[in-house]
Structure formats: structure tokens, C-alpha cells
Design a protein. Structure first.
Length: 399
């Protein structure tokens, strides 16, 4: 077992056999997690011939944790993600009833994983609902800890909702609530610090990956101090900390109102590269862009704190109970999240092995049924068989 260390500036020191905590996940997690591990292990073996190895360490969360331990998110799991810094997880069943609203939100907030990173690109051979999916090549930086997702809301009719409305009307002079008696209320905190660290991470990513622009997507025309604040603070931090790159034309900072962005991303996706946005906008934008390149079955994601070095890579879809246990689920979302993890560790050769194997498989029509059924020469493979196919593609590739 070897721990990844984090330097004071947030960069990682990765040993040759880092311990990686993983959560199998519920539902289809049981199928996609071993598939992801099998493919990553093969890629690491192929790229480094045994001199590097991922040392997997299972930790519990979700429905399986609840059944075994009576809690959805054991403290040991949070501690393992803190101690080992980099982990990966399958999808988790959201607990029904009080307590934790969403395990994913609890993990993100508990570890202060302020960036939800979602790269979106198209793979040749994958059928898409748009004419030119190859023009979609974006990386979304979604703010993960603030906004309306902070979970500060009160249900209509409760004493808290009444008290909140009394405060609004009596102390703040708010007269604009249309139906105060039957309103629920939510609060949308958006801070300068939260906006700055997100936009800073997006600019750094653009520069270190040679990407041309960062677009701030916001609804500041309506929500002037929250979404408008995000835009203003975003421009300010970019100018202050990346002024030279901007002046030299290496980096362009621009902004777009969220509704216009949803149109533009369909009509002229080539205009956008790195996108930085708040939590709720980011949720919508990521799923729409994922659909443009072939759907949630192949959309990867990660939640990252670039200061502490903590990051959890994850399947972006849910537990898919309707297809669980049938060996049909597409493991690519988690496999590609694993690829992101390899890149994050600096193991780019292994990451490239997986990407190339995927590219060759899709181009030849090999995929799970959700994708293969739309491919002209599609050959549908089961989840397990698809993972085996990727492993053989990785192993037979030229070094
Ligand atoms: P879902 O993503 O599980 O499924 C939506 C639809 O997409 C289903 O028809 C499913 O079969 C299909 N699908 C999803 N992933 C697929 C894949 N990899 N390959 C092929 N088809 C796939 O969303 P849902 O049904 O709304 O949620 C089910 C459960 O998952 C709920 O408990 C929800 O709270 C939870 N959830 C968890 C996460 C997470 O842990 N990241 C995310 C979303 C939902």
C-alpha cells in the first residue's frame, strides 16, 4: 500500500503502486466497477510492463453500505477518501426519507470537492442525435459546493417557511412573493471565493492543456448578485491571475447567458472549449452536451479540490435499476472516469491505451447494446464481454 502525497501547492506525488479507494456502487455498479478495474489494470500493465500498478482498496457507501453497516456513508469511507486523496466510485442509490438528501452531494460537500469536471468529446462510430458531434469538444467546470444545491430550503406550510417569509417581509421589506402562504423557499448562496476558485481552476486547466478559451456561463441578467457576481468575479480573477496569458492571446475569457449557451452549444459547439459555470446550470449543461455525443452511458466525471488534492472520479449516470444484473449496462462512463483518473495521476500513457482501445472498438462497431443498436455495423456485446474486448484491444496494440 502506498499513499499519494499532496504538496502544499496541491500537486500530487504519485508512487508506483498508489492505493486507490473505490466504491463498487449499487445497481449496475456491481457490473461496471469490475469492468473498469479490469480495463485500467490491463492499460497500466501494457503501458508500464509491471513497474506500476493500481492498488485497489474497497470502501463502502450507498445501499450496499446500508445493508452491511446500517449507514449510507460510513465515516471510514470519508476518511479513506481524505487520506488517500484520489478515489473512484460507481453510482449510489439515493437514500429515501430524511437525513442525507444525496450521497453524491454529501461526498462533494464533505470533502469540499468544489469542481465537478466533465469532459465531453465524441468518439467516431458512436451515433449521436446531432449532425456534427465531432464539433463538440468541451470541458465543463461545474461549481459543486454552492448555489441552490447548498440544500437550504424550507417546505411550504412548515413553521420554518412561515418564519422565513416573516423575516423576508417584515425585516427585509420584500413584497414580491406572489403566493406567500403556499410558497416553499430556497436560498442560493454564491460567493466570491467559491466563484474565484472555480474559474481559477478552469483557467489553469485551459492553459495547461493548450485550450483556447474559458466561457463563463451564467444567468446574471436575471440573478444579478449571485449569477452576475459569478460572472464579475470570474472576469476579475482571470484578469488578475492570468492577465499575461489573456494579453498575449493564449487565453480568451468570454461569457454567455445560460439559455443562449444551450442554443449555441447545439448550433455552434466549436465556439466553446472550457466552460465554467455554477452548480445548477452545470447540471443541465453537462447532461445536454453528454446527449450530443452519445448519451450518459459514456459521459465521465470527476469531483476535485485542486488545493487539498482530493478527488473522486465517478460514473455520471445512476444505478439504472431497470437493467441491473442483466450484463447489458454500458461501463464506458466509469471506464472513461478511470481514464480521467489516470491522466490526473500523470499516467497519461495508460490513459491513452484505454482511449485508443475504445476508439478502435467503436469504429469497428463493438459496443454495449445501448450504443451498438444505433451503429450501422453494430455488434452488441454484454458488459463483461465488452470489457474483455477492450482488454484484448489494449493488449494487442502496438507499444
Ligand atoms: P439512471 O441514470 O440510473 O437511469 C436512467 C436511464 O438511463 C435508465 O433507463 C437506465 O437504464 C439508463 N442508463 C443509465 N446508465 C446507463 C448505462 N451505463 N448504460 C446503459 N443505460 C444506462 O437514473 P435514474 O433511473 O433516475 O436513477 C436511478 C437511481 O440512481 C436513483 O436512486 C438515483 O437517485 C440514483 N442516481 C445516482 C447517481 C450517482 O450516484 N452519480 C446519479 C443519478 C442518479
Amino acid at each position: 500500500m502506498s499513499k499519494i502525497e499532496v504538496k502544499p501547492d496541491g500537486t500530487l506525488v504519485v508512487p508506483h503502486n498508489p492505493t486507490i479507494p473505490f466504491v463498487t456502487g449499487d445497481g449496475v455498479g456491481v457490473e461496471i466497477t469490475p469492468a473498469m478495474q479490469q480495463v485500467l489494470n490491463a492499460a497500466v500493465e501494457k503501458a508500464y510492463g509491471g513497474s506500476r500498478k493500481l492498488d485497489w482498496m474497497e470502501v463502502q457507501a450507498g445501499g450496499r453500505a446500508y445493508e452491511a453497516l446500517g449507514t449510507y456513508l460510513p465515516d471510514e469511507t470519508m476518511q479513506a477518501f481524505r487520506d488517500y486523496h484520489i478515489g473512484i466510485k460507481g453510482p449510489l442509490t439515493t437514500p429515501v426519507g430524511g437525513g442525507i438528501r444525496s450521497l453524491n452531494v454529501a461526498l462533494r460537500q464533505g470533502l469540499d470537492l468544489y469542481v465537478c469536471l466533465r469532459p465531453v468529446r465524441w468518439y467516431s462510430g458512436v451515433v449521436s442525435p446531432v449532425k456534427h458531434p465531432e464539433l463538440v469538444d468541451m470541458v465543463i467546470f461545474r461549481e459543486n459546493t454552492e448555489d441552490i444545491y447548498a440544500g437550504i430550503e424550507w417546505e411550504t406550510g412548515t413553521p420554518e417557511a412561515k418564519k422565513f417569509y416573516r423575516f423576508l417581509s417584515e425585516e427585509m421589506g420584500v413584497k414580491k412573493v406572489r403566493f406567500p402562504e403556499s410558497s416553499s423557499f430556497g436560498v442560493k448562496p454564491v460567493s466570491r471565493e467559491g466563484s474565484e476558485r472555480l474559474v481559477r481552476a478552469a483557467c489553469q486547466y485551459a492553459l495547461s492543456n493548450g485550450l483556447p478559451s474559458v466561457t463563463l456561463v451564467h444567468k446574471g441578467n436575471i440573478m444579478k448578485y449571485t449569477e452576475g457576481g459569478f460572472k464579475r468575479w470570474g472576469y476579475e480573477v482571470a484578469e488578475r491571475e492570468f492577465g499575461e496569458a489573456i494579453a498575449s492571446g493564449k487565453l480568451v475569457i468570454k461569457d454567455c447567458i445560460a439559455d443562449a449557451f444551450l442554443q449555441n452549444a447545439l448550433l455552434k459547439p466549436e465556439d466553446y472549449s472550457v466552460v465554467a459555470t455554477l452548480n445548477l446550470n452545470g447540471d443541465y449543461v453537462s447532461d445536454m452536451l453528454a446527449a450530443q455525443v452519445g448519451g450518459i452511458g459514456i459521459a465521465p466525471g470527476a469531483n476535485i479540490n485542486y488545493a487539498t488534492g482530493n478527488a473522486i472520479f465517478e460514473a455520471t449516470h445512476g444505478t439504472a435499476p431497470d437493467i441491473a444484473g442483466r450484463n447489458v449496462v454500458n461501463p464506458c462512463s466509469l471506464i472513461l472516469s478511470g481514464v480521467m483518473m489516470l491522466v490526473h495521476l500523470g499516467w497519461t500513457e495508460a490513459a491513452a491505451c484505454v482511449e485508443q482501445a475504445l476508439e478502435r472498438s467503436f469504429a469497428a462497431g463493438y459496443a454495449t447494446a445501448d450504443l451498438a443498436r444505433f451503429m450501422p455495423e453494430g455488434k452488441a456485446l454484454g458488459t463483461h464481454e465488452f470489457a474483455e474486448h477492450l482488454v484484448s484491444e489494449i493488449m494487442k496494440a502496438e507499444a
